[in-house]
Design a protein around this ligand. Structure first.
Ligand code: IPE
Ligand code: IPE
Ligand code: MG
Length: 245
């Protein structure tokens, strides 16, 4: 009999921050002889379910990789469809998210999104800004390298205007200028869809995260799969370069 991870996990040792690369939507659809966008639409259902599961489990931060700076390379139809779906998601879900106490934050350069996607994302952030049950960060037009590059540029500007001394630049200063300012680094990073790479996701912030990979496609991901990842996380030894007794 397979394990019931929902009951097996230690409710007192839940990771504070779970980051997810939601991959495999296209292949999930292909397996069903359906267009890729059908997979992306189903992915929204999984997001709904996982947000609820995170609230239930007491996870404080959930970061979802929705669209990377590299995803612009996809055919225009798919990019347009993804933008529409994200807009639709925020319009449809915002009331529910608000009522659940979810605080939405977008990570990434939203200025270059189509107008409707940008305004829905901004509205979602504004509407939920005082919530504090679950911090839901959605990485849209996000790239880890772009994140670090932006941070460097802002810091250089501060040095040039004498707001900051070069000697005072440290790792915390770099972190404070990333899109994830004020968000603790992820404890657990989950990637669905079978690939074992970061694809430019939170490359600075994931330095000491536990990485968990599954072949399950994102549209098939459930609370049980999430708890399986948490269970494995709870059985790992996080040494941070030191030695645990
Ligand atoms: C992840 O699913 C969603 C995005 C990158 C937007 P994919 O669209 O990458 O699905 P696969 O990897 O092709 O199956
Ligand atoms: C990563 O998935 C990006 C998102 C899930 C948003 P990709 O499907 O774009 O990654 P690669 O191309 O397989 O590395
Ligand atoms: Mg993919």
């Amino acid at each position: 009999m397979s394990k019931n991870y929902i009951d097996l996990i230690d409710k007192n040792n839940i990771p504070a921050h779970v980051a997810v690369i939601m991959d495999g939507n296209g292949r999930w659809a292909k397996k069903r002889n359906m267009p890729r966008l059908y997979g992306h639409r189903q992915a929204m259902e999984t997001v709904r379910l996982i947000v609820e599961s995170c609230v239930d489990l007491g996870i404080k931060y959930l970061t979802l990789y929705a669209f990377s700076t590299e995803n612009w390379r996809r055919p225009k139809d798919e990019v347009d469809g993804l933008m529409k779906l994200m807009t639709e998601y925020f319009i449809k879900e915002i009331d529910k998210l608000y009522k659940k106490g979810v605080k939405v934050r977008i990570l990434g350069d939203i200025d270059n999104l189509p107008g409707s996607a940008k305004s829905c994302a901004v509205d979602a952030m504004e509407r939920t800004k005082d919530n504090n049950i679950l911090n839901m960060n959605v990485a849209i037009n996000y790239g880890g390298r772009a994140d670090i590059l932006n941070s460097c540029k802002q810091i250089i500007q501060k040095v040039n205007s004498n707001e900051l001394l070069i000697e005072d630049i440290n790792e915390d200063i770099i972190s404070e200028h990333l899109y994830t300012k004020d968000i603790p680094d992820p404890d657990l990073m989950i990637r669905t869809g079978g690939e074992k790479r970061l694809s430019n996701f939170l490359i600075w912030q994931l330095s000491y995260a536990e990485l968990w990979f599954t072949d399950v496609y994102w549209p098939d991901f459930t609370k049980e799969t999430l708890c399986n990842a948490i269970y494995d996380y709870q059985n790992r030894d996080r040494r941070y370069g030191g030695l645990n007794q």
